[in-house]
Write a protein that binds this ligand. Sequence first.
Ligand SMILES: NC(=O)c1ccc[n+]([C@@H]2O[C@H](COP(=O)([O-])OP(=O)(O)OC[C@H]3O[C@@H](n4cnc5c(N)ncnc54)[C@H](O)[C@@H]3O)[C@@H](O)[C@H]2O)c1
Length: 452
Amino acid sequence: MAFNLFPRSDAGSPPSPACSSPSSDIDTPATGRSVLFDGSLNASLDNLHNQYILVTGGLGFIGSHTSLELLKSGYNVIIIDDLSNSFQTVFDRVRLLAQRYHQTQGTECPTLQLHDIDYRNIPALCTLLDNHKITSSWDSTERSSIIGVIHFAAFKAVEESIRQPLKYYSNNVSGLIDFTATLGTYGIKNFIFSSSATVYGTIANRGVPLKEEHCVHRPETFPGTNEMVEQGCTGITNPYGRTKWMCEAILADLAFSDPEWTIVALRYFNPIGCDESGLLGEDPKGVPTNLLPVVVKVMTGQYEQLSMFGTDWDTPDGTAVRDFIHVSDLARGHIAALATATKGELRENFRTFNLGTGDGNSVSDVVEAMETVSQRPIPTKAVGRREGDVGSCVAMAGRGQAELKWKTEKTLRDACKDIVNFLRVREEEEEQSLQRQGQGQRVPLAVAEVSS
Ligand SMILES: NC(=O)c1ccc[n+]([C@@H]2O[C@H](COP(=O)([O-])OP(=O)(O)OC[C@H]3O[C@@H](n4cnc5c(N)ncnc54)[C@H](O)[C@@H]3O)[C@@H](O)[C@H]2O)c1
């Protein structure tokens, strides 16, 4: 199934949130394309009893791993992604891995769809949502077969957000307002939001693990004390972080105004690693800004060395300390949040959760672990602190463990091992492609045997 596309003349201006005249001619301000790849693995929309999870940004680093975990857990998944920072091949890989998983389990694989649209394109969104309206056979009421939304789509580069703040406020904040307003009109009110530890701002520098109560949207008493925590934020150091805080505040207000909403904001610490198959990984378009994709570029010879931003932080080895969490653990955190929310077991209808391990590792620790696992040297260069950074940022992970019944399982070493495997698979694929084109061979990446 494919929609026709007639590019708009005013592409780039913000789309209207009105759904009054949904059109089959889909316009896509950001990409200029619109194709629905119906990757249904078996059943289709014809089965009205099916329930779907809508995942925006589902082809990105975290979205692709979460979409896979959703499929493994039996949810049908509809991805909206404009491919601004991801590749369409990721869709085939998620589907393949889900199929393999269900084959080994002897279970039926749920359906998976991709809509290559900007999530801010409200007419296109309404067309999609209209296609998922179902009518109850016994009281004829209408509802949506989409039972929850996980919203990953956003821009995320801190430095770029300092240079181009409006780009970030438009995609991350304005987009969210129109998106939730539209979902609300379809009665889709289970919402999981990708937030970030950046909402803690410079509180991170106090050298204590960060608790959810360090950043609240209604006044609360800090646990174990009589200290009142005022709503608001402290020392958020860049526009990207502010977009995440603003989105949380908007969602908290929305949940307060309408108890039908159930909203979870998941505050990610530092996701790294990739699926152990080696078929999914962190593969951003353009210049990478997160630590591990840069390390990978050094390992593969694309960059000469790794710039260590700040070696004079108040940390044991002077390099910045972060709470690195394996992306597959992070993805499972979304499944736990979704299950808790859809069962009506959230303590409040807006709730924040840290997704971190509770342990900090320095940038030097990560480099060392990658060198050990890959048996490749990773040259580093000390450079000054990067604008918008903090020295340390580590989670207190207890709330997620207690209320979502979720905890991390994988280690930093597991993450490094999986990244090296991802690289090996990619090099093998490139090798095969070169051979098909009748070109020369390249030296393969040595992978150390590491017991996990
Ligand atoms: N990776 C991290 O370190 C990190 C940390 C904290 C929070 N987050 C948040 O998690 C979410 C996912 O991050 P990620 O690392 O997977 O990023 P990513 O860039 O890999 O994935 C985002 C995906 O969203 C898509 N996208 C962006 N704008 C869109 C739009 N308007 N319409 C449709 N698709 C759009 C991109 O093409 C991409 O596939 C983001 O909201 C990010 O802010 C990420």
